[in-house]
Design a protein around this ligand. Structure first.
Ligand code: NI
Ligand code: MN
Length: 226
């Protein structure tokens, strides 16, 4: 699976000929200036929660690409209200089946108000299962024992975990999360975008390495095979 990082918590994963785009937040991100938002592909846009730093470009990309937005019920309805017709609403514990594989909406400990102040439901993460492999995206979350269930239920190729601290897990908690989900290949997200979430890259990578895990911190626009 080819993963492309677009800065903050936005990334795309290609499964065969299908592109899954997660948490689009590109044009407001000074660190993602190298990314051309109009060239970003998507067949599905998966949104973890209602905060603007996870969906700022979602409506425009959905309208340009015709992608289906996969999100919790309240966030999916918000996309409908912005004129995005194709949505697949979910809620915690539910699995959605698509041609590329299955999507499970899993728990996250965070908050989820929408940009217009409306209720964004409860925040989540996603587990993706496909014939090319499985992966977990935590969304914005604290470390939670619920992650143990993911380790018990799925064999993951990689995990995408928030590491920026302050609003989400920091590096130490992300290492424990990687342990709980049973995964040693981790893409770090939700760091550096704003001053309170700046991290020391070398220190973070070294902390993962010390426990036999790989933390990948990609530059916006950079891709990697998992
Ligand atoms: Ni958030
Ligand atoms: Mn966030």
């Amino acid at each position: 699976m080819k993963l492309t990082y677009y800065g903050h918590s936005c990334f795309a994963v290609e499964i065969g000929s299908t592109t899954l785009l997660f948490d689009p937040f590109i044009t407001p991100n000074d660190l993602a200036r190298a990314v051309d938002v109009n060239a970003v592909k998507a067949d599905f846009i998966l949104v973890s929660h209602g905060h603007a730093d996870h969906l700022a470009d979602g409506v425009n990309i959905a309208k340009r690409t015709g992608a289906t937005v996969v999100a919790n019920f309240e966030v999916a309805n918000w996309f409908n209200r912005q004129g995005v017709a194709k949505t697949h609403p979910m809620n915690h514990g539910g699995t959605a089946r698509f041609d590329f594989g299955r999507v499970k909406y899993v728990n996250a400990i965070h908050s989820s108000s929408l940009p217009d102040g409306s209720y964004g439901g409860n925040p989540g993460g996603f587990v993706i299962e496909s014939s090319a492999g499985n992966f977990y995206y935590s969304g914005d979350t604290a470390l939670t024992m619920d992650m143990k269930l993911i380790g018990e239920l799925f064999r993951l190729k990689f995990a995408v975990l928030c590491v920026g601290d302050t609003f989400t897990m920091g590096v130490e908690d992300a290492i424990r999360a990687a342990d709980m989900v049973g995964c040693s290949e981790v893409l770090g997200v939700h760091y550096d975008t704003f001053p309170p979430i700046r991290i020391d890259h070398a220190d973070a990578v070294a902390k993962f390495k010390a426990v036999g895990k790989q933390l990948h911190l990609l530059k916006p626009g950079e891709s990697r095979e998992f």
